[in-house]
Ligand binder design. Sequence first.
Ligand code: SF4
Length: 346
Amino acid sequence: MDAFSLQRADDIDAAIAAAQQPGAAFIGGGTNLLDLMKGGVAHPLKLIDITRIAALGNIETLPDGGLRIGALVRNSDAANHALVRTRYPLLTQALLAGASPQLRNMATVGGNLMQRTRCAYFYDTAFAQCNKRAPGSGCAAREGFNRMHAILGASAQCVAVNPSDMSVALAALDATVQVRGPRSARAIPIAQFHRLPADRPDQDTTLAPGELITSVDLPPPAFSDHTHYLKLRDRASYAFALVSAAVALQLDGQRVRAARIALGGVAHKPWRASRAEQHLAGHTLDAATLRSAAAAELAQAQPLSGNTFKVELAQRAIVRATMLAAGSPVTHISGINGTSGTGERA
Ligand code: SF4
């Protein structure tokens, strides 16, 4: 780990002022940044400890009926807050699917948004080729071990995926990220907060240098009654998603009035499944409709040598999570890509 200086900030203005120099970085829970520093991947010259800023640690109702979750709220506290559990159960489910209890007790909501995309070649400096860590060096994953990597929205430069469960739920819930910079504050819709890699895979978000996340705002709850977060992974806990699906529905009986669906583990950012949503809106939830909605979303998939299985897995995740959100028993899901199987396999 390289040498760095540490400055503690007592309020938001002091934190932002301290961050206006090259090489400065904010630190909250530190559950990702410290790993990156110890591994020689991140080299901040100065850390600004924001954990003493009380104004960033609140959960409060907004005048429009929405909910503001401060950037320093711990993941476990956000998941278990009464207003989150009752009004945004999708967020609670996603938060509790992430990491381990110890990490959730330490990690913050703002830090969860800022965690870097996951790729073994990025985290291991023994590999010279990684456009995210060393721009212009190439991408070892494209022709290497890419089972965990992207099937949607990738570029020739990078095929890494965003690892956050929380952010997938926030994408489905149309959250807004509130940030403060040295001159002004701005609100960034969650869909515009994380980036696809394009030709700048070194940039995971649209946050400008020196800007501080102050809160995540949720709109008034309109999708509380029918939600489900489904995380498919290699082991039951403490594993990143191969594919995840966050689904929130408004139903008239079995007819879908509106659907919000986002996928995790498939792209450089949480992937809003707009095509699937459009296919479901106004239709009765039956197997054929669900399968065609999932197929429409994944028609744009471009799998790599090691993750073709994710194309079908993502479709099954959409189907299963939507059925569970609707309260339908998941007994048999077949016909996706001409294959058959049970929901249990997904
Ligand atoms: Fe680096 Fe992205 Fe390629 Fe992984 S996928 S090696 S993070 S450029």
